[in-house]
Design a protein around this ligand. Structure first.
Ligand SMILES: Cc1cc2nc3c(=O)[nH]c(=O)nc-3n(C[C@H](O)[C@H](O)[C@H](O)COP(=O)(O)OP(=O)(O)OC[C@H]3O[C@@H](n4cnc5c(N)ncnc54)[C@H](O)[C@@H]3O)c2cc1C
Ligand code: SF4
Length: 328
């Protein structure tokens, strides 16, 4: 491993300045993903600027009824927060479906959003991978592709995004607050991640030195009827094959509104806008749930080994919506 400098940031502006001053510097959250990458030789930064101790570790109520989550809030604290559990249960459930208790105690909100793909070839620095080394090729195409994307992939990369938390936040219309040298900007999470296209090495729209300071959740009264369902190879400590975060507003047996996002199917959490539009104004029936899933998955393109993800995603969405409609 290459030697690196370590600096503990004490304020957000100082952290941004420290990373901007050095093209080889990166932010360090709890290190549960980044340190693995150091050890595997996937990255070799010259400097780590630790932002896990910044005073950004609070969950606060916003005047408009929304909630602000500081980027240093630990995953376990966020999952257990009373406002999150009561008002956004799909987010609490998604967090609890991820990693292990020990990891959740450490992992930060900012770091969780920016964790990188679990494609096995990305994590093996001896084989070609366009995401790790642009232009080197994609070992998953024609290789082991069982865990890979069915939506939004390109001929350069077919990886999926691993975060459970980000799927729930995408469904909740979360907005990421980012600090850079020119001030703070807000990026809707649906626009934050990039599909691979010709540049799969860029996971997000962030630039060098952009610090995530917080994530805002808008007020959504009916998100109290929401949940997260994750299908994986083991009951715990495994990434999603397919997951669904969903909230529904049902009155008199009719879906007034819905928020749906899939995990495990694309390079980003996949907001199911087409399924939501299909459901609005329709009866909350199994038939309509299945039709909504089919609408969303119409463009799904399976690889050699992951065709099972299409019926799996359909079934998981239908089961999730059934559960929520019965909970009303
Ligand atoms: C064995 C194992 C199993 C796991 N299982 C799951 C799972 O099932 N589901 C799941 O969702 N996750 C899972 N994870 C991943 C885990 O959730 C992430 O490792 C964790 O959330 C990353 O948070 P961190 O604070 O440790 O980030 P770090 O590892 O410190 O950083 C990750 C990235 O974020 C950047 N970064 C950190 N903070 C900021 C900031 N404020 N602004 C800008 N950039 C920043 C870093 O530079 C780095 O690029 C698992 C991890 C392990 C090791
Ligand atoms: S799918 Fe993406 S991350 Fe995996 S080997 Fe191909 S380029 Fe790399």
């Amino acid at each position: 491993m290459r030697e690196f400098a370590y600096e503990r940031a004490t304020d957000a502006g100082g952290a941004v300045a420290a990373v901007l001053a050095d093209p080889d510097a990166v932010f360090l959250g709890a290190g549960t993903n980044l340190v693995d990458h150091l050890k595997l030789g996937i990255i070799a930064p010259g400097k780590l600027v630790d932002v896990s101790g910044l005073p950004l570790d609070q969950v606060t109520q916003l005047p408009d009824g929304g909630v602000r989550i500081g980027s240093a809030v630990r995953n376990a604290d966020l999952a257990a927060h009373p406002a999150i559990r009561a008002r956004y249960p799909m987010l609490s459930a998604a967090l609890l479906a991820g990693a292990s208790a020990q990891l959740r105690n450490l992992a930060t909100t900012g770091g969780n959003l920016l964790q990188r793909t679990r494609c096995p070839y990305f994590q093996d620095s001896t084989v070609p991978c366009n995401k790790r080394e642009p232009g080197s090729g994609c070992s998953a195409i024609g290789g082991f592709d069982r865990d890979h994307a069915i939506l939004g992939a390109s001929d350069r990369c077919i990886a999926t995004h691993p975060s459970d938390m980000a799927v729930a936040m995408t469904g909740l219309d979360a907005v990421v607050r980012v600090l850079s040298a020119v001030g703070e900007r807000q990026i809707p999470l649906v626009d934050f991640y990039r599909l691979p296209g010709d540049t799969p090495d860029r996971d997000t729209v962030l630039d060098h030195g952009d610090l995530i300071t917080a994530v805002d959740l808008p007020a959504l009264e009916w998100a109290s009827t929401s949940t997260y369902r994750k299908v994986r190879d083991r009951a715990s400590f495994a990434f999603a094959l397919v997951s669904v975060a969903a909230a529904v507003d049902i009155a008199d047996g009719v879906v007034r509104d819905a928020r749906i996002a899939f995990g495990g199917v694309a390079a980003k959490p996949w907001r199911a806008f087409a399924a939501e539009a299909h459901l609005r104004g329709r009866a909350a029936t199994e038939e309509n749930f299945a039709a909504a899933a089919d609408t969303e998955l119409a463009d799904a393109r399976p690889r050699r080994q992951n065709g099972f993800k299409i019926p799996l995603a359909r079934n998981v969405l239908v089961a999730t919506l059934r559960e929520l409609s019965e909970a009303r």
